[in-house]
Design a binder for this molecule. Sequence first.
Ligand SMILES: [Zn+2]
Length: 547
Amino acid sequence: MNSVEVKRRDGLARSGTYILGETSIAFPAAVDVETVFPELKQTVLSNVPLSAAPEFVQKYWPDEPANPVMIHPHHLSGVHSGDCVMVPGWHTVLNNPRNYVTWLTAMKAAIPPDTAWYAPASAVPSNIHMLCYSGFDLFDFIACDLAAARGIFLLPEGEFDRKWMDAGVCNCDGCEAGDLAQHNRMALIKELALVSRFIATSRLRELVESRCRMHSTHVAIMRHLDSMYDLMEQVVPVAREVPFGATSGETLNRVEIRRFARRVVERYQPPPADTAVLLPCSARKPYSLSQSHNKFTRAIQGRAHELIVTSPVGLVPRELELVYPAAHYDVPVTGYWDREEKAFISGVIAEYLQKNRYRRVIAHLDGGALEVAKMAADIAGIDLEFTCPGRRPTDGASLAALDTTLGGSRRVKQDLLKGICSWQFGIVPDTGGLMSRGRYPAVQYSRNRVQMFSLDTGTGLIRPTIEGWKLLGEGYRVEISDFVPQGDILAPGVEQVDPCIREGDEVLVVGPRVMGTGRAAMGAREMGRSKRGVAVRVRKIKMRPDQ
Ligand SMILES: [Zn+2]
């Protein structure tokens, strides 16, 4: 019996184990196909191109069952959980980014998630980052060997003349022995090991952003994938605990950035406030622990709702400053904001200010952030007040002006818990009677000494206890069948799942006999369709009182 267990995910990329009879393969991996898939030798293969029309595919696609199971963008039937699927001719589309992404997304949407994906004769050290990023798991050495036969020296940076081997750029055993084929294979294995490490540490995107610069087609594939927001949003975790590298223009289109901004506009509920102050960001995160924000909050004295204008995240209400990626992004600060940044961020601020009406909006900003705020005010049709014309926001005179401007303003009742819950769950809990304790950001909330919520300082998300979930009403439920879980919830145990759940979300596990809290290890779609793998990492399980 074959099976596929995905252990780690990073967007579409995965690592895990493919079990084929007695053989167990840790992917992503390059394998010797003749050993792993001996049947392929006897399989009737087709020469149906990926670009063929559906009628042509139906007519000429070989209908014999085979392992791996061959699929085509127009032939997606006959695949079961645990299968390995193979996309013949995938190497032909690497130079056509638009088709690459159209066909990939069609196939990914139709095939069960717990399958291993094999791209035959496609992998070389310079494209393996993109193949893995696109959700392929298994590869072979065919393209590397063909390159060797043509005298091509392969590196992650590209394809070069075999003379490069004598230049000391690589010191593998193949290069030492003057064996080009061995070098090409070793370069692929080495790059795969690197990709695996980046998947394991949830930072594959950063590797892809750096590697893809050597090939315009790779950049284009990444950009096309970013434009498939609905597909990518389902597989990108809601939060990570690792730094978020915001070092390229494409960062602005990453799901993490778009989702954060959408939720600020669509879900987030600000505290009741007459006045808002737009503030610049700080290099130190969370912002409130920086020197500059210390000065701002001392000048504001709680008399306004604080909104931080920042690139690439957009607009960060003070209560969300810990939430991923607001506390995690690392951006090169030059003071220059390009046109795309300005357009995106001013759009987010304008939408926010149109939805949440303040009597006064004060722009305590300079430079690019001030420009963006002015653009947003124009779009939203509101007037801004300025407290640092021609001065730095941290100047004494600017801070004094901010203090004076807020004279007579009423205090705003900040509510960290309500703010984060509205963004995270789309629900505002009734926080009446809740007591908070702990030193920010390690805050906990309880009612009558019963703990209800705590803040996860790694991700900035709220962790409800079973009692806390009662204050959140509906949503974020994972329903399980009639069993008492011993440890984590596995995918086959899931009966029903709230479609808005993403990897990393806090969820409430509900079964006929138990209730539990935990964190989703996969998104809703994968939970509903997988036969293997951990669905929810359980924190606490309790028998239901009526049992
Ligand atoms: Zn070498």
